[in-house]
Write a protein that binds this ligand. Structure first.
Ligand code: PEP
Ligand code: MN
Length: 249
């Protein structure tokens, strides 16, 4: 079993992977490459909360076996989102790290059930949540097991999906004393900005990043505009390594 402390032992912690599991071959191919390129854990989703009911909803339970194969072959811990209480149990033995999406940050019933689990939990900040609300949500789960994730807030700009709130991430880190990682993918909504925001998080001395990577981003069934490809991830990893020698002491 991987603990929060194990994860934070990687300085910085790099969690990477496709927005969603799309096929057995796809997830295996991506995970193999990510392992080789130095990712510390794989992120992906089986169930996709989507605004449109007609759009791809994720492969669901069909993907459990594929994730077990990925784990057995690469040894990468698996991080995945839970959108319903029942999934916490279903993911036993498959997911090593659970995460709560921005839209569920204040789903208190879900948080309470997560409080009874023993796996590390990544808690994404709701996009209009205050720092106090974010911290209270972490306490529902049990803050000892939680890694906070800043993923952008709503602001006045319509040129991008969200605005990365680095100030808030730093206050959470320094005043609330919680580990904080940044999701540059969902905050940007476009792949050209992803490396810049990721490196800003490293330069700020935060604990790591969770970034969307796909082997063929243009063909991705979800978030095609923001997923970076494996070559871009490799380049990002090189820069992250260089930056972390400067900013991690
Ligand atoms: C995700 O990480 O795949 C995701 C949907 O992010 P968020 O909940 O931050 O929008
Ligand atoms: Mn996504």
């Amino acid at each position: 079993m991987i603990t929060k402390e194990d994860l934070l032992g990687s300085k910085p912690l790099i969690i990477a992977g496709p927005c969603a599991v799309e096929s057995r071959e796809g997830i295996l191919a991506i995970a193999r490459s990510l392992k080789e390129l130095g990712a510390n854990a794989l992120r992906t989703q089986l169930w996709k909360p989507r605004s449109e009911p007609g759009s791809f909803q994720g492969v669901g339970e069909a993907g459990l076996e594929w994730l077990l194969e990925v784990k057995a072959e690469t040894g990468l811990p698996i991080a995945t989102e839970v959108v319903a209480e029942s999934q916490i149990e279903i993911l036993k033995g498959v997911a090593d790290i659970l995460w709560v999406g921005a839209r569920n940050m204040q789903n208190f019933e879900l948080l309470k059930v997560l409080g009874k689990d023993d796996r590390p939990v990544i808690l994404k900040r709701g996009f209009i949540a205050t720092l106090g609300e974010w911290m209270s949500a972490a306490k529902y789960i049990g803050k000892e097991r939680v890694i906070m994730c800043e993923r952008g807030i709503r602001s006045g700009s319509d040129a991008m999906r969200f605005t990365l709130d680095l100030n808030a991430a730093l206050v959470m880190r320094h005043d609330y004393k919680m580990p904080v990682i940044v999701d540059p993918s969902h905050t940007a909504g476009r792949r050209d900005m992803v490396p810049h925001l990721a490196l800003a998080a490293i330069a700020a001395g935060l604990d790591g990043i969770v970034v969307e990577v796909h082997n063929e981003p243009e063909k991705a069934l979800t978030d095609a505009k923001q997923q970076i490809d494996l070559v871009q991830f490799q380049e990002l990893m090189e820069k992250v390594r260089r930056a972390s020698t400067l900013f991690f002491s």
